[in-house]
Write a protein that binds this ligand. Structure first.
Ligand SMILES: Nc1ncnc2c1ncn2[C@@H]1O[C@H](COP(=O)(O)OP(=O)(O)O)[C@@H](O)[C@H]1O
Ligand SMILES: [Mg+2]
Length: 303
């Protein structure tokens, strides 16, 4: 549905021009029907990538195909719905007027717009709020209206730039559910984020961008398998007993008379349990260690 090949972009800024490399030979693809999370810290190059896909910013080199159509061809953008990182809404309009305005920009007829508006307000959960002016809308409601706007011309691919940033937990949950219901309707969704937990809950694949380079691209289930490879063994020595001095070569975190052994290699589980029991300690629990997307993200940042 979306394929980027070796996209590079440098900006030159300042009075005495200085070159900033925003993207360095970025390649990635998004399959039809997939939810792809494009992750990276601020300044990584996410917005620049999105603007290049949309033709708002031009790349120095590289090529892009959208649903098989070259991005230099204007027709490629007929299949994209876009929600910018800082969408602008006209305060004085009602949602119905706002969607009429965007529908007209896409050259839709009055009848088509009317039909779509009704369907989309229902879909994004704004039914019953049609009469309110946007001035009175919450951030979450505006963001859902932004999604309706992106969907008005029934695109196959949705590109959302930090759609959940600035939303409260309820707003985030509603937005995640909305993304999943669009996936069910067969849409392909590419969204950028630095909110890793949101990505973990809804995406099929993630790409991690750091200083304009894709440092990691993986399927979410692979990350989840990685999580299960490590274990934590919690133990305790009851009062009067000292933690033995002869510690095995394991990663042990001690807190007075209790501790946690971090196991990264299944073979050392036995050694750990053996050591605790031999020393007169008690095993409190053995649990799989959850390696979050954040852990993986931080590991990549270090490299
Ligand atoms: N119009 C521009 N002029 C100069 N530098 C820019 C411009 N847009 C982005 N940059 C720089 O490119 C880098 C990537 O920015 P951006 O794509 O906005 O990152 P992200 O969306 O991941 O936070 C940053 O160093 C930013 O300062
Ligand atoms: Mg950005």
């Amino acid at each position: 549905m979306l394929e980027l090949k070796n996209i590079s972009k440098t900006f030159s800024t300042g009075f005495i021009p200085k070159k900033v490399t925003a993207l360095n030979s970025l390649s990635l693809f998004v399959n039809p029907g997939e939810v792809y999370a494009f992750l990276g810290p601020n300044g990584a190059g996410k917005t620049t990538t999105i603007k290049i896909i949309l033709g708002i910013v031009s790349a120095n080199s590289g090529s892009i195909k959208i649903n098989g159509v070259d991005f230099k061809d204007r027709k490629s953008r007929q299949n994209i719905g876009y929600l910018p990182d800082q969408p602008y809404f006209y305060d004085d309009l009602t949602p119905v007027e706002y969607l009429k305005f965007t529908g007209k920009l896409y050259g839709m007829s009055g009848n088509e717009i009317k039909q779509k508006t009704e369907e989309l307000l229902e879909l994004v959960g704004l039914k019953g709020k049609e009469k309110q002016r946007l001035r009175s809308y919450s951030r979450g409601m505006l963001q859902r209206l932004g999604m309706a706007q992106a969907l008005i011309h029934d695109p196959k691919l949705l590109i959302l730039d930090e759609p959940m940033t600035g939303l409260d937990p309820v707003g985030r949950k509603e937005f995640r559910d909305l993304i999943l219901s669009l996936k069910e309707r067969g849409k392909t969704i590419f969204f950028s984020s630095h909110i890793l937990a949101d990505a973990e809950m809804i995406s099929d694949r993630v790409g991690i961008l750091h200083r304009g380079k894709l440092v990691r691209e993986t399927e979410l289930f692979e990350l989840q398998n990685e999580k299960n490879r490590s274990l934590e063994i919690a133990f305790q020595f009851f009062s009067g007993q000292d933690v033995p001095a002869n510690k095995p070569p394991l990663e042990i975190e001690l807190f007075d008379q209790s501790g946690i052994i971090h196991i990264n290699d299944q073979n050392s589980v036995f050694d750990a349990v053996h050591w605790v029991e031999e020393s007169g300690g008690t095993i409190l629990s053995i649990s799989p260690k959850r390696k979050s997307l954040e852990d993986i993200f931080l590991e990549e940042m270090k490299n």
